[in-house]
Design a protein around this ligand. Structure first.
Ligand SMILES: Cc1cc2nc3c(=O)[nH]c(=O)nc-3n(C[C@H](O)[C@H](O)[C@H](O)COP(=O)(O)OP(=O)(O)OC[C@H]3O[C@@H](n4cnc5c(N)ncnc54)[C@H](O)[C@@H]3O)c2cc1C
Length: 250
């Protein structure tokens, strides 16, 4: 599968209808949208534009967490208490609402099953979103590629898609899902309670037993910075590491 190429800029705005909003973790909701968009590639994002009744409009980027071409499209939105747009998805947006969306966008932070592996995905908080699209695409395609997914969050309850990933790992022997929490205790053998640094990443890679051909790291600025540096220290060549930064420091 090669998927559709990213649309030429500027891509047009499309109407999107909110099918439902579901609580994923205490700080993250899933927003399911129906919109006539091209399927795109795993790792891409949408720009979402919200317009208030007085005409004031704000737009933000959100990674697509659903597999390419899946309908409804799933976005996940983490609530930043002092944020302008993200609280709106938690407190105001409801089924039947209309939004405007543009995309899928992004040509660098993408993975296709034909790209091969082994594949290492590392996400912090809502940064798991584009990695989830890759996991779902990987699983649907049936490719025999080892995949290590490392997801970091504050607590076990803050791990988005946790139960889905544990269930998928039980059915897919080539998937290894490691949960990393910074303010909790270990809930499963192999999970970690610590911040991800060179030593932790080196240990995860050694335990995994594969050399990653493609690495995708996504999350807040500081998380991406720390993980990228750690991976370089652990001997992963820079040319294999692709990053997506959501902003902020956390
Ligand atoms: C390509 C791309 C994809 C993105 N995908 C997602 C996604 O799937 N889910 C999601 O929740 N967000 C995602 N974001 C971040 C999103 O676009 C918004 O920045 C976020 O929702 C905050 O918007 P806001 O209006 O609430 O906050 P604002 O009022 O715009 O900003 C508040 C402050 O929070 C900072 N900030 C932004 N994101 C984070 C973060 N993750 N952690 C800590 N601080 C942050 C901003 O830099 C700013 O300083 C993505 C960003 C990019 C560039």
């Amino acid at each position: 599968m090669t998927g559709a190429p990213p649309p030429a800029w500027p891509s047009p705005w499309h109407d999107a209808v909110v099918e439902r909003v579901a609580v994923l973790t205490p700080r993250i909701v899933s927003v399911f949208l129906r919109s006539p968009l091209a399927p795109g590639l795993a790792g891409q994002h949408l720009v979402v534009r919200l317009t208030a009744s007085d005409g004031y409009a704000a737009q933000r980027s959100y990674s697509i967490a659903s597999a390419p071409g899946a309908m409804p499209i799933e976005l996940i939105v983490e609530k930043l208490e002092d944020g302008e747009v993200s609280p709106f998805f938690h407190e105001v947006v409801a089924a039947g609402d209309h939004l405007e969306v543009r995309g899928p966008l992004g040509g660098h932070f993408v993975w296709r099953p034909a790209d091969g592996g082994p594949l290492l995905l590392v996400g912090g908080g809502s940064g798991v979103a584009p990695l989830m699209a890759m996991v779902r695409d990987w699983h649907a395609s049936g490719v025999a590629i080892p995949l290590l997914l490392v997801v970091s969050a504050r607590t076990w309850g803050d791990l988005a898609f946790r139960d889905e990933l544990i269930a998928l790992q039980a059915r897919a022997p080539l998937l290894r899902f490691v949960a990393v929490t910074t303010r909790d205790t270990v809930h499963r053998p192999g999970d970690l309670v610590r911040r991800l640094d060179s030593a932790a990443l080196q240990r995860l890679l050694t335990d995994w037993g594969h050399v990653p051909a493609h690495v995708f790291v996504c999350g807040a600025n500081r998380f991406v910075e720390a993980v990228s540096t750690g991976l370089l220290d652990a001997g992963v060549p820079a040319g294999r590491i692709r990053t997506e930064r959501y902003g902020g420091a956390g």
